[in-house]
Ligand binder design. Structure first.
Ligand code: MLT
Length: 202
């Protein structure tokens, strides 16, 4: 594996018409977690899958938090920029276009922060169980970027109101947002997969 600034896995594209995916795992996951999901939702896409650099009781994450759902926002900013720099590095190393982020939970939250702070790093994002990552994010220009958000109506970690605020703020910044609220909790369901397959094939 090419030496870059994040431990990661990379699978080259087999279908050049498909966008590269930046796969971002949840708390306690790693760079292998979402490869299968990536192959299912966008077959033939190049897959770029880094491991979060923060360890919380041994569990990898993409930024520090003070408590569940309470983020260290200075660290969110630092880590979102660091991850955007990695994406730029990987694009040069592997010859990739700007990827679509596919993030679950903590991975969705860092992807949302990247959209707000470094919009050029991503061409779009599928955010699974995401919440608002920054209380005072700068106004980004997200025109032309598609964002899918899937939330769980019974999610004990992400309040429904918070996910709605995220969707509203991304669409106020110009993104084409599709927000789906599913009758489930924090874990992914079959419906998340079906929604992503449909969203990617559009
Ligand atoms: C986070 O810390 O990003 C959220 O609480 C989601 C999680 O990782 O549990």
């Amino acid at each position: 594996m090419t030496e870059l600034s994040f431990i990661h896995r990379y699978e080259p594209a087999t279908d050049p018409t498909r966008p590269p995916l930046l796969l971002l795992h949840g708390t306690g996951g790693d760079e292998s977690d979402l490869l299968g999901l990536g192959r299912t939702i966008s077959p033939g896409s190049a897959l770029l899958s880094p491991r979060g650099k923060i360890l919380e009781n041994g569990m990898p994450r993409f930024f520090r938090r003070l408590a569940e759902g309470v983020f260290d926002e200075e660290d969110v900013r630092l880590r979102a920029n660091e991850l955007a720099d990695f994406v730029a590095e990987a694009r040069r190393a592997y010859g990739l276009e700007a990827p679509v982020a596919v993030g679950f939970s903590n991975g969705a939250n860092i992807a949302a922060a990247m959209l707000m702070l470094r919009p050029e790093a991503l061409s779009g994002a599928a955010l699974l169980r995401a919440m608002v990552p920054l209380s005072d994010a700068p106004k980004a220009d997200l025109a032309g970027k598609r964002v899918l958000i899937t939330s769980g109506a019974m999610d004990p970690i992400v309040p429904a109101e918070n996910a709605k605020r995220l969707a509203a703020s991304l669409s106020e910044s110009g993104a084409e947002v599709q927000h789906e609220i599913l009758p489930t909790g924090h874990n992914l369901s079959q419906t998340d997969l079906q929604l992503m397959v449909r969203w990617f094939s559009r």
